[in-house]
Design a protein around this ligand. Structure first.
Ligand code: MN
Length: 305
């Protein structure tokens, strides 16, 4: 046993200092796609049928990548309402224009994010921009539905147009890649989105063979969605359009890329309240959904100018 005396490094002390890894609960495969209007060929990566796994995120539609030919008529989705949550649209390629009855509106292009709080209710349209319609080209976007706690579901509608230049772009060590901080914070860099509850939303790019450890607060639901590439997340492999769902417990999320990878990292403080949704409305009870339908039909969510 004399040999063991030559090992002098206090390895245990270092290991004890590492935060506990979040356990992988599931690797979700993408479902079949469907069209939202004529502008958004989407796959619904998750919905709120199992809200506990992803709360405060209720739903995620992954649109494209899809090659739209040049056209003379704008594609998109016409006037429709929302109540009780926020829609967050992240553009990777293409261009989208939005108008809502709360007076919000704007155009977002690659790298930009639109953060719309429907709250008590808006009517809006989401269309390809005229320039993009005329040029055509690849379209790729993500739309997230972010829940609002019961006490804030009827908050005043709000619109945040977050342009690429306002989103911190943080280089990872060892040329592993970079992190764009849309919401929350990464290593002290704060994202521009104003959120009602604590959450992190990071646009992560890893270079082939690059890897990094990310920290999401213990108690946060945490997921990693792979737009493109191939990665290992805390030991589980995932490729394009797959999502890794991690446990609320623990903090560390180790991601290693086999090829150049584009990822969306989501973590958030859970809103553990009843979720009752119907179409474009997500409330807490059936009675609130009936009220939302009445309010929309009677014009109380406004109209587009
Ligand atoms: Mn909408």
């Amino acid at each position: 046993m004399a040999q063991s005396q030559t090992i002098t490094k206090p390895v245990t002390a270092t290991l004890d200092a590492l935060p506990e890894a979040k356990r992988v609960l599931e690797v979700r495969k993408p479902p079949r796609g469907h069209w939202v209007g004529d502008g958004f060929p989407v796959r619904t990566i998750f919905g709120y049928d199992n809200a506990a796994a992803t709360t405060p995120f209720l739903l995620m539609d992954y649109a494209g990548p899809y090659p739209f030919p040049a056209a003379s008529k704008r594609r998109g989705v016409g006037e429709h309402p929302h109540r009780g949550f926020e829609t967050v649209t992240i553009l990777y390629s293409g261009e989208v224009e939005h108008r809502d009855s709360g007076g919000g509106g704007g155009k977002i292009g690659p790298g930009d994010v639109q953060w719309m709080t429907a709250g008590s209710g808006v009517v809006h349209e989401e269309m390809h921009s005229w320039d993009y319609t005329k040029s055509g080209g690849s379209f790729e976007a993500i739309q997230l539905w972010v829940n609002l706690p019961a006490r804030l579901k009827m908050t005043k509608p709000k619109y945040q147009g977050l342009v690429s230049a306002d989103i911190p772009d943080v280089a990872l060590a060892n040329n592993a890649g970079r992190v764009r901080v849309i919401a929350g914070s990464y290593e002290g860099h704060k994202g521009p989105a104003e959120t009602f509850t604590p959450m992190n939303l990071w646009d992560v790019r890893l270079n082939a063979s690059g890897g990094a450890a990310f920290i999401a607060p213990a108690g946060h639901t945490t997921s990693v969605f792979v737009l493109s590439g191939k990665v290992t997340v805390n030991g589980a492999q995932a490729a394009s359009a797959e999502m890794i769902v991690l446990d609320r417990q623990g903090e560390a999320v180790r991601i290693d890329a086999e090829s150049d990878s584009k990822l969306l990292f989501l973590s958030g403080e859970p809103i553990d309240e009843p979720v009752f949704g119907y179409g474009p409305f997500v409330m807490n009870t059936e009675a609130e959904i009936r009220q939302a339908m009445t309010d929309y039909q009677s014009g109380r969510m406004g109209h587009l100018a």
